[in-house]
Design a protein around this ligand. Structure first.
Ligand code: IPE
Ligand code: IPE
Ligand code: MG
Length: 239
């Protein structure tokens, strides 16, 4: 039987190289990347995926040239302006994960307005990771746990998961990283414990429905064992 993807997470990498290959500025790559994201959101919804988490800006991406960082924020604001009605109408609920406190207040307001406008939706939970770093999330989670008065004995994996930005979603079933790099780059460190990982050489702006279907087909060939033996998973009685 095919595996079921309830939660798909994507590291959308390769925008800069896509632009460079065309002799264009990096920001043009990010613009093309935003279009790819739009299409993949639709495709995920059509494929009945309930949770989609997109890595859009890492806690380390502040190290990029100021122009690029500012351009990315402008792009994000424009994207929200253009997409908000479509999100509302198509049953998509917007969430963010990451520490938004360092973002410009106009962007924060737009995000808050959109998450509020879409909060009655539930067909697809679209989470955009912004100023997100797995280590930072875990640290903030610990702080939350301490502030909430949880005792050392009460703090188990479940209670801690509830202190993370991702508390409302299941762990990802499949992580896709485009752009050819084979690394996690500080994404969802806690949540990826048993996630299947698919690396694609396709640069993010070129990633489309067909590329998504290839990732899903690959995922369907995996046997997820969660520490058990293949026989246990297949239900074959042990001798
Ligand atoms: C991913 O593409 C988008 C962000 C990190 C914002 P990159 O900008 O990292 O593209 P490459 O890796 O330089 O090609
Ligand atoms: C990861 O891509 C972050 C996002 C896609 C938002 P990077 O391009 O920042 O990752 P590294 O620096 O190559 O590991
Ligand atoms: Mg990159």
């Amino acid at each position: 039987m095919a595996n079921k993807i309830d939660h798909l997470a994507i590291i959308m990498d390769g925008n800069g190289r896509w632009a460079k290959g065309r002799g264009l500025p990096r920001l043009k790559g990010h613009e093309a990347g935003a279009q790819a994201a739009r299409k993949v959101v639709e495709a995920a919804k059509e494929r009945q995926i309930r949770f989609l988490t997109l890595y859009a800006f890492s806690s380390e991406n502040w190290r990029r040239p100021r122009d690029e960082v500012e351009g990315l924020f402008r792009l994000l604001e424009g994207f929200i302006d253009r997409e908000v009605e479509r999100l509302v109408e198509s049953g998509i609920r917007l969430h963010t994960i990451g520490d938004l406190s360092k973002f410009p207040s106009s962007l924060r307001q737009k995000i808050a307005m959109t998450t509020e406008k879409t909060q009655a939706n539930g067909e697809l939970h679209l989470s955009v990771a912004l100023n997100y770093g797995g280590r930072n999330e875990i640290l903030r989670g610990f702080r939350r746990a301490i502030r909430s008065g949880l005792s050392a004995e009460e703090l188990d994996e479940e209670a801690f998961s509830r202190c993370l930005d991702t508390s409302f979603m299941p762990d990802p079933d499949l992580l896709v990283r485009t752009g050819g790099e084979r690394r996690i780059s500080n994404f969802l460190l806690w949540q990826l414990a048993y996630t299947e990982i698919y690396f694609s050489d396709t640069l993010w702006p070129d990633f489309d429905e067909n590329a998504l279907d290839s990732a899903i087909s690959w995922f369907n060939t995996r046997q997820r064992r969660f520490g058990m033996t293949p026989e246990q998973i297949e239900g074959i009685p042990l001798p």
